[in-house]
Design a protein around this ligand. Structure first.
Ligand code: NAP
Ligand code: MG
Length: 486
């Protein structure tokens, strides 16, 4: 059959208006930093400089925390849940109205395909605000009193630090529940993807959110560390690497600060011989190549039953040859750019270790653009449990394939990592799904699907994947206190 080539279908960037430089969003306004340190955010697919960003220092963080405290003690703290809910509904609707602008900006700053920011990131971000808006006036009926008989109360000022892989979505996972429960926030986006958080600051203005309820301070890891250590912060919410998560846990030990940590993962995607193989292949591709594998719950380890392994790998390779890698702004693109030079270096380093340790490497034959940061979808077969590529999070489009013979062996292998964020099971047998889900030490277990997210469903980890949950009723627990505990 003749092969049809796709014509380019670029999304227009005319819908976004990127300023040459940005200040900090403190107390409801964009303000200049007290210092003069700045850095640039670039588009990882072209290395084009997009804007100059402020690196907030300790004095700026102090101003932001004070603004958040004033709002908490003042107008925001006095609002009823129903009134808070109206603001959240308003933010959700504005996110929907400006969805195209957010999607284009996210793709430019992050490098992810426009079809993903358009169809996944931004709609889910709006959904998180809609969902939590509905909770704001119902918290007393959510079973959050911890046996105290007292109604749940907000904790206070929350310091939030988020990563670069889903910038606006991670912001909404953090800000929506915090505000629904009546807290105020100071949030630091990642240095490589600050632009949608800064556009979100404009949305807060547009929604007439009282000054200081949301403060956005841009900067590097140093800024994040200052925020976490600030004595005026009552609670920390962090998503990122296990290494930084451990550092945060150490730094708040002995203080009254609370924390929820959402860290790394090395999820097993487990395919049994009775699974619908073509569907499983789609799930494997979605599990590890969605968002260039920059996903904490990515199915980065494929565990496939030995008697179907050759067939699954053959079909998987055939499927990977059809993925289109390139310009993230093209609506046909499946695989976009790696987020940063540093992340590309890490992926390259770990994949060379995989080869050196004796695993067999195969990469999809695609032409990588000359500028920007790129890595072809890659799979390793012949991987053993001791290999670093079976234990460490690569956070890129790289799949490690292992085999198993029995369900018991699959469970033992799946659980054999320091992480425990997610897992996937592919089988026709319902009883096996339930048995496996019970045995797997993972916060989220998907059955015959993968990487499905919904604001109503709690998300979070076991072991070194962190503690606390985000989303659902459970996610609210991290943002309230009761008479019994305080
Ligand atoms: P990271 O260093 O943990 O960064 C996450 C966030 O924390 C960013 O906003 C970062 O700021 C900030 N940060 C860095 N050092 C900090 C510190 N000492 N105190 C407080 N905040 C700090 O993660 P990364 O460097 O972006 O990625 C490294 C690895 O982390 C990846 O390879 C991946 O394995 C893992 N990761 C996991 C997730 C997840 O969703 N679980 C997300 C991203 C990365 P800057 O970005 O401005 O430096
Ligand atoms: Mg960027």
């Amino acid at each position: 059959m003749a092969k049809f080539e796709y014509a380019p279908a670029p999304e227009s960037r005319a819908v976004v208006n990127i300023r040459p430089s940005y200040g900090l969003f403190i107390g409801g306004e964009f303000v200049e930093s007290t210092g003069d340190s700045t850095f640039k955010t670039i588009s990882p697919s072209s290395e084009e400089v997009l804007a100059e960003i402020t690196e907030a220092g300790e004095a700026d963080i102090d101003l932001a925390v004070r603004a958040a405290r004033r709002a908490f003690d003042g107008p925001w703290g006095r609002l009823s849940g129903a009134e808070r809910g109206k603001y959240l509904f308003r933010i959700a609707r504005i996110l929907q109205e400006r969805a195209r602008e957010f999607a284009v900006l996210e793709t430019l700053d992050n490098g992810k395909p426009i079809k993903e920011s358009r169809d996944v990131d931004i709609p889910l971000a709006a959904a998180h605000f809609f969902y939590h808006a509905g909770w704001a006036d119902k918290l007393e009926h959510a079973g959050l009193s911890g046996g105290s008989g007292q109604p749940p109360r907000p904790i206070g000022v929350v310091g939030q630090v988020i990563p670069w892989n889903f910038p606006l979505l991670m912001l909404s996972w953090k800000i929506a529940p915090a505000l629904a429960a009546g807290n105020t926030v100071v949030l630091k986006p990642s240095k490589t993807t600050p632009l949608t958080a800064l556009l979100f600051a404009e949305v807060c203005q547009q929604a007439d959110l009282p000054a200081g309820v949301v403060n956005i301070i841009t900067g590097t890891g140093r800024t994040g560390a200052h925020l976490i250590r600030h004595p005026g912060v009552d609670k920390i919410a962090f998503t990122g690497s296990t290494e930084v998560g451990k550092d945060i846990a150490r730094s708040i030990a002995g203080t009254r600060k609370r924390a929820t940590l959402e860290l790394g993962g090395k999820a097993a995607n487990i395919v049994f011989d009775d699974a619908a193989i073509d569907q499983a292949v789609e799930g494997i591709v979605n599990g590890i190549f969605f968002n260039q594998g920059h996903v904490c719950c990515a199915g980065s380890r494929l565990l496939v039953q030995e008697n179907v392994a050759d067939d699954v790998i053959m079909r998987l390779k055939r499927r990977l040859q059809t993925l289109r890698l390139g310009d993230p702004m093209d609506k046909n693109t499946d695989v976009g750019a790696i987020n940063s030079a540093a992340q590309l270096a890490r992926i390259r380093e770990l994949t060379s270790v995989g080869e050196a340790e004796g695993a067999t490497r195969w990469s999809a034959p695609c032409v990588l653009p000359e500028r920007g940061f790129w890595f072809a979808p890659t799979i390793f077969t012949g991987v053993s449990q001791a290999h670093r590529i079976a234990q460490e999070e690569i956070f890129g489009p790289v799949l490690s394939v292992l085999t198993f013979r029995t369900p018991q062996e699959a469970v033992a292998k799946a659980n054999n990592t320091p992480y425990g964020l997610s897992a996937g099971i592919w089988t026709e047998k319902g009883s096996r799904i339930l048995w496996m889900a019970d045995q797997l030490r993972a916060g989220v277990v998907w059955a015959n699907t993968f990487n499905r997210f919904d604001p109503t469903s709690p998300f979070g980890g076991y072991k070194e994947s962190g503690y606390g949950r985000e989303g659902g009723r459970h996610g609210l627990e991290g943002y309230v206190t009761t008479g019994a505990t305080r």
